[in-house]
Write a new protein. Structure first.
Length: 290
């Protein structure tokens, strides 16, 4: 009878893989973030060259892994990291295009919502295109019906509960003169912004990586590793009154979003859940627009 116990080499591979995924994922999202030049870079040309170089290295690594009989099983994960690098780069480029050439001002509810919608379209189109090019299916990134009824129930209930408590929760995000009268005209733009942001982040993180990590780590550890990267990405945000409290909330939420995505076998529940939890953030941000 064949033993199901992992060998020392298998354990070593998984430990190295976990460290590499966390390190590369965090590197891409923190150093080469889509919301401006990374902290180690000082000009746009340098930023672009670093992004191109990183993407070339990740693509070369993925193709080499694909050709290796021993390491071929890792190639899809490395290709997903390459996809993330392309998304980060194009997100910044198209964001700059909106500001520089279309004159869209992100310092207003309308402009902010349009920027988020643009970002969502970039992320979704790139992730879907590269997934299909790599031989994957839409189901491999959780774009499928799944357990639709359960997903909608979980998503809508959590969205409604979060929306109901969004005004008091917005106190964590430095609100200025926030009132129901001010919020009502923002409702269409808040909905666009939270749904776009939740869609891009759920696809970008959990949709892109969950199924690729599960064969090596199982369900929970896969969720956990993605939650680490997701939380680290939010470590330097400036829209919260307390980063420590914010991150203490983000990490368990990231675990919950991964769990409901796996439970419902689709991303619709996690998108709605995530969108609801983003409402107080955007209310705080919108309230500070002049």
């Amino acid at each position: 009878m064949k033993s199901n116990r992992l060998s020392a080499r298998d354990w070593g591979e998984r430990i190295v893989l976990a460290v590499l995924f966390t390190a590369i994922g965090s590197y891409l999202m923190i150093v080469f973030n889509p919301w401006g030049s990374g902290p180690l870079l000082h000009n746009r040309v340098e930023d672009y060259l670093a992004k191109i170089g990183t993407s070339v290295i990740l693509l070369a690594a993925a193709l080499l892994l694909r050709r290796s009989e021993r390491f071929e099983k890792f190639w899809q994960l490395m290709f997903a990291l390459f996809t993330m690098s392309v998304v980060v780069s194009l997100d910044l480029i198209f964001g700059i295009y909106l500001v520089d050439y279309m004159g869209i001002n992100g310092n207003s509810p309308v402009g902010f919502a349009l920027e988020k919608l643009n970002e969502c379209l970039v992320v979704v189109s790139v992730v879907i295109t590269f997934t299909l090019l790599s031989g994957g299916s839409l189901g491999s990134i959780y774009i499928q019906k799944g357990k639709l009824k359960l997903g909608l129930i979980i998503g809508l209930v959590t969205f409604i509960l979060a929306a109901a408590g969004s005004i008091p929760m917005a106190n964590l995000f430095n609100p200025k003169d926030l009132s129901l009268a001010r919020i009502i005209p923002w409702i269409p733009w808040v909905l666009i912004a939270v749904l776009a942001n939740a869609t891009l982040e759920e696809l970008w993180f959990r949709g892109l990586f969950l199924r690729k990590l599960q064969p090596f780590f199982g369900n929970f550890i896969s969720i956990f590793l993605i939650a680490i990267v997701f939380t680290l990405v939010h470590g330097s945000v400036t829209y919260t009154a307390s980063n420590a409290i914010f991150l203490a909330i983000v990490f368990p939420l990231a675990l919950a979003w991964g769990y409901v995505m796996q439970k419902t076998d689709s991303m619709w529940s996690s998108i709605l859940f995530h969108a609801g939890m983003d409402i107080p953030i955007f209310l705080g941000i919108f309230s500070n627009f002049s």
